[in-house]
Design a binder for this molecule. Sequence first.
Ligand SMILES: NC(=O)c1ccc[n+]([C@@H]2O[C@H](COP(=O)([O-])OP(=O)(O)OC[C@H]3O[C@@H](n4cnc5c(N)ncnc54)[C@H](OP(=O)(O)O)[C@@H]3O)[C@@H](O)[C@H]2O)c1
Length: 388
Amino acid sequence: MMEKRPKVLAILGSTGSIGRNALEVVRANPGKFSVAALAAGNNIELVKEQVREFGPSFVSVATKEAADGLRAALPRSVKVGYGVDGAIQAATIEGAEMVLSAISGAAGLVPTMAAIEAGKDIALANKETLVLAGPLVMEEVARRAVKLLPVDSEHSAVFQSLAGHRNSDIKRIILTASGGPFLNTPIEALQTVTVAEALKHPRWKMGKRISIDSATLVNKGLEVIEASYLFGLPPSKISVVIHPQSVVHSMVEYIDGSIVAQMSNPDMKGPIAYALSYPERIDAGTPPLDLFGLTLEFTAPDLKRFPCLGLSYDALTMGGTATAVLNAADEVAVEMFLKGLLPFTEIYRVLSGVLSRHSPAPVRSVEDVLEADAWARDEARGLIKCLN
Ligand SMILES: NC(=O)c1ccc[n+]([C@@H]2O[C@H](COP(=O)([O-])OP(=O)(O)OC[C@H]3O[C@@H](n4cnc5c(N)ncnc54)[C@H](OP(=O)(O)O)[C@@H]3O)[C@@H](O)[C@H]2O)c1
């Protein structure tokens, strides 16, 4: 039998939590993958190590200064780019079959869209791509006939639970949420929680923004929006349940009352490996789930504790640019919280304030989205000044 040649990957956000996990999956599966390009932000030291180990022919970083420093330290055979253009070059590099989209935030949209337009299959961790421009992205995915495989553990679980079923038989999908670090904190105490407390997620090790978004449940709200576009379902068919153990990663309930769920230890290498190797399954390097020690609890989310979740449903219902606006306001609010310039509970006030001032417009192009994103960032900054 002929040996299968390695699948060629481009990894965007290689120095982040998802990027590093993805490279662990590549390392654990010799001969299955090769890496043609990496894109990262400012962690130059780690990029150098990754280039040495995985041998891409192109690397991009956030700034010209970082690129100049990197170029001097790498062999000439490795081309170095920077900024949005560099990330696009990495995303569209010739020969790569699949792009792992794992840059954090709205910055992930443009390179991911470029990869789709270049006909690459996408392993999508950057949920913002769909939150910002869901209809455009799904249209382009269909037009270019590329695969869009979810990396978010909830969407991977839904995708796996949908296999072999008809979409018309879905009653609803149920996204699980751990509830984050403040699930049982008295609501009055939320006002004074510290950055360190908010970053301390009980189940997952993630980047800073998504960790804070998991504490406010904005992350779950963005996942509801992502799921709506990815699976073509209205908000009324997407529920969220709190499941503190994070073992059931999400479920699909069918019209006959059956619920199909996907379970595993909470480790992102599982969904990453599945997206990279789909439809095959490979060793993800995660420990087996101990079924005998399991307790599984499910409760309804308390919208008084997690008001941002309700806001995400509102934005999805408003449609058009509203979801991009919600995301941009959140990126600004989280940045200010992380700097100690905004109390935790004010994140909701910033998001609801900006969203209430927005008149959504249809999303016809990436430019429409970027304009709404810029507007929302200005509004959020103005509002935070007033709040302070
Ligand atoms: N972490 C998880 O478990 C998880 C689960 C599901 C979905 N996701 C999604 O995956 C994405 C990444 O999350 P993460 O937790 O891996 O974030 P992270 O740890 O903060 O990593 C972000 C990555 O993006 C790079 N980056 C940031 N801004 C950039 C820019 N303007 N241009 C190029 N690169 C840039 C960073 O580079 P430097 O570090 O070099 O600056 C880093 O490599 C997010 O959209 C998140 O919602 C994450």
